[in-house]
Ligand binder design. Structure first.
Ligand SMILES: [Mg+2]
Length: 352
């Protein structure tokens, strides 16, 4: 089982402003545009949240809810600086870090530089270190996949540390309001409520077919996560999203056999590169550039995760034959594979 930690800073921008100006402590602090502008709330302190103020709300509306709130303009460079500091702490634990924003990241600590087995101790260590170095608090979620770690970090904010073990999943998921499911946005949440799905328990009772019928592929994701299943890998920044190679011909090619020969050469090259990098992919892309520089790009799903040259060639050939405008000469061929197995499940995520 993997050990995943999700760290989320508490009221990040507001907390930094309060740190910089301690007289703001205990007040309703709103970072964002001023109320007499068309600005919006970027972040607000927990005191302000008690008045129903939240990120994305217009500053004017926030001021109506809490006229004594203090409005502060954002100091973006400072937020970025502190963010880099926090990331250094993360990277001192593991290289498998997936930053989601300035104040949020997933860490895979299954293997870690602290040599610590217990992910809860690691999460506590990170929280202590963040506090010591930045004088800011964060909340941590510890679990065996990204979804649950993310849910965990949100459960006991601020300054929380929540562990979700397999035996806790059903209890926590059942009680979770549908709008709190990470990956279920406002629109989807509203649709679900219309269908009578108000919390995890309601979602759990729906069968897979029904969810797919209503929500497409995302339905599969919802079906899984409410059961605590989420196989997405961390998407760390240095891992490629796709891998490709291309070749521009010395002379434009108008002969199909010659094109297929070039295509085979490229597939060989790509397959070799993929196996050297231990990458497999699910999607193949063919790019053709014609003699008038017009580019045609087509993709096809591979039958399964692969880096086998014969399979790559077979599908690339199919794309070429189906898409090549034979009245035109080809100047360049490119071939690439995406949806690599090192990635988070891009398909599911892009639906959100
Ligand atoms: Mg946050």
């Amino acid at each position: 089982m993997k050990k995943i930690i999700h760290i989320d800073m508490d009221a990040y921008f507001a907390a930094i402003e309060i740190r910089e100006n301690p007289s703001l402590k205990g007040k309703c602090v709103i970072v964002g545009g001023s109320p007499n502008s068309r600005g919006v709330v970027s972040t607000c302190s927990y005191e302000a949240r008690k008045y129903g103020i939240h990120s994305g709300m217009s500053s004017y509306q926030a001021w109506n809810l809490c006229p004594h709130a203090v409005f502060v303009h954002s100091s973006f460079n400072l937020y970025k600086e502190v963010s880099a500091q926090i990331r250094d702490i993360f990277y001192s634990v593991t290289d498998k870090v997936e930053p989601m924003s300035l104040d949020e990241a997933y860490l895979d600590v299954t293997q870690n530089k602290l040599g610590e087995d217990d992910p809860v101790k690691i999460a506590q260590w990170i929280k202590d270190e963040v506090l010591k170095q930045t004088r800011l608090t964060c909340s941590a979620g510890v679990s065996y996949n990204k979804f649950l770690a993310k849910i965990g970090s949100d459960l006991h904010k601020p300054d929380g540390l929540t562990v979700i073990n397999p035996e806790d999943v059903q209890r926590i998921m059942f009680a979770l309001p549908i709008g709190k499911f990470h990956g279920i946005g406002k629109v989807t949440a509203a649709r679900m409520k219309k269908m009578g799905i108000h919390n995890g328990e309601d979602l759990f009772k729906r069968d897979l077919k029904e969810l797919i019928r209503y929500f497409g592929k995302a339905g599969f994701f919802y079906y899984n996560v409410v059961r605590g299943i989420d196989n997405r890998e961390l998407h760390t920044s240095w891992e490629p999203k796709s891998i490709s190679c291309e070749s521009t011909f010395y002379e434009d090619i108008g002969d199909v056999d010659e094109l297929l020969q070039q295509l085979r050469r490229l597939c060989d090259k790509l397959a070799t590169r993929m196996s050297m990098k231990k990458l497999q992919g699910l999607n193949l892309v063919l790019k053709l550039k014609y003699d008038n520089f017009e580019i045609n790009s087509r993709s096809i799903s591979l039958p399964n995760m692969t880096n086998e040259r014969e399979i790559l060639y077979q599908y690339a050939e199919q794309l070429l034959v189906a898409n090549w405008d034979a009245t035109r000469k080809v100047r360049l061929i490119g071939i690439g594979v995406g949806k690599l197995d090192n990635q988070l499940d891009g398909e599911q995520i892009s639906l959100f």
